[in-house]
Ligand binder design. Structure first.
Ligand SMILES: [Zn+2]
Length: 58
C-alpha cells in the first residue's frame, strides 16, 4: 500500500515526499488522529474521486 502525501500549501495530494508543484515538503494524508477538519478533507477527497469516476463513465 502506497501512502498518500498532502501539500497543505497547494491543497493537493501526491505520492512524493516533496510537492511537485511548489517543491515544499508534504505531510502524511493519513493522520493518526481524527479531527473535524480531517473529516472534511476525507469527504472532499472522496467527492473528487467520485467526480472523476463519473466523468470516465459518461
Ligand atoms: Zn505544494
Amino acid at each position: 500500500m502506497r501512502l498518500m502525501k498532502y501539500c497543505p500549501r497547494c491543497d493537493i495530494y501526491t505520492l512524493e515526499d516533496r510537492c511537485p508543484k511548489c517543491g515544499g515538503k508534504t505531510v502524511s494524508a493519513h493522520p493518526p488522529k481524527f479531527s473535524p477538519e480531517d473529516k472534511y478533507g476525507e469527504y472532499r477527497r472522496k467527492a473528487k474521486l467520485r467526480d472523476m469516476h463519473d466523468r470516465n463513465n459518461s
